[in-house]
Design a protein around this ligand. Structure first.
Ligand code: PLP
Length: 287
């Protein structure tokens, strides 16, 4: 089956899907994006993803290319045309194309909109969650506006590559004061010996993860003890459990940080419970 990609109003075969060389997304990373999980053909947590997309666009003063329902329709149609049941959908909006000038182009330049969908093997993810993943820490060299989901992802690419070189699947960024900010493409969590679940509070230096928000709903409903505060790498190394959250991983146990074993080296009870509960609380109302 040919993959189909949405580009500026057209559904094109993968090989024909392209944007202009002077698109500002390509030239300046002047673009924002969303990645949503697709489960059983449904978009997971669509309202939260669309709300964050609107916030990212507003923060960069990029007018929305179309209404939120129209964008959601594009995502659904891309999922449908690619027959994705379990996987992800990726939506990118750039400021559009124009001669390479740093300052914004004149008003009225059409935004570039691209949407892709592809299947993921959630069975393999479940298998991975049985053993957990390793993460590697590294200095957070990103800009101070990580709350905006831009395509300016080079620090994340470098971090993931360095992690992979050491057999780790994710990198955890650490700020200048020694506190973990978040993962390269996930939010970072620990569970203390007293079973208190901790993640850093929302601030401009981290992305407000949609999975993070939904997991907080789970924690509240399940009446689990939970605190939003910064934690140091040393505290994470002493934690009983650790995990990451992201749309495509939901809740993924972390069993090693910088080669050191966390807890007993196996996915912990709290993490497993949160992973198993997640989809009961995630929103599929737009289905
Ligand atoms: N933090 C960063 C830097 C990310 O790139 C991502 C996802 O890509 C997340 C956190 C998790 O966000 P979400 O749960 O919305 O996927």
């Amino acid at each position: 089956m040919t993959r189909i990609v949405y580009v500026n109003g057209r559904y094109l075969p993968y090989a024909k899907a392209a944007v202009h060389v002077e698109d500002r997304g390509f030239q300046f990373a002047d673009a924002v994006y969303e990645v949503c999980e697709v489960r059983g053909g449904y978009l997971v947590d669509e309202p939260r993803h669309m709300a964050r997309l609107a916030r990212s666009l507003a923060a960069l003063e990029i007018d929305a290319p179309m209404s939120a329902p129209a964008l959601a329709h594009v995502m659904r149609e891309t999922i449908r045309r690619n027959r994705v049941r379990d996987g992800l959908v990726y939506l990118q909006v750039t400021r559009g194309e124009g001669p390479r000038e740093f300052a914004f182009p004149a008003a009225g330049v059409p935004r570039t909109v691209v949407c892709l969908a592809r299947p993921l093997d959630f069975g393999a993810q479940d298998a991975l969650a049985l053993t957990g993943i390793a993460v590697k820490s590294m200095p957070d060299i990103r800009w101070r506006r990580s709350e905006i989901k831009t395509v300016m992802l080079l620090p994340a690419c470098l971090a993931k590559q360095a992690a992979r070189a050491e057999g780790a699947r994710e990198a955890w960024f650490v700020d200048d004061d020694g506190f973990v900010t978040e993962g390269a493409s996930s939010n970072a969590w620990i569970v203390t010996g007293e079973r208190v679940v901790i993640t850093r509070q929302i601030a401009p230096i981290i992305l407000a993860g949609v999975t993070r928000a939904t997991l907080i709903d789970v924690l509240r409903e399940e009446q689990m003890t939970f605190v939003e505060r910064p934690f140091r790498l040393e505290e994470a190394l002493q934690a009983r459990e650790a995990f990451i959250t992201s749309a495509t991983n939901t809740v993924m146990p972390v069993v090693r940080i910088d080669g050191r074993i966390i807890g007993d080296g196996k996915p912990g009870h709290v993490t497993r419970r949160l992973r198993s509960k997640f989809h009961q609380f995630a929103d599929i109302s737009g289905a």
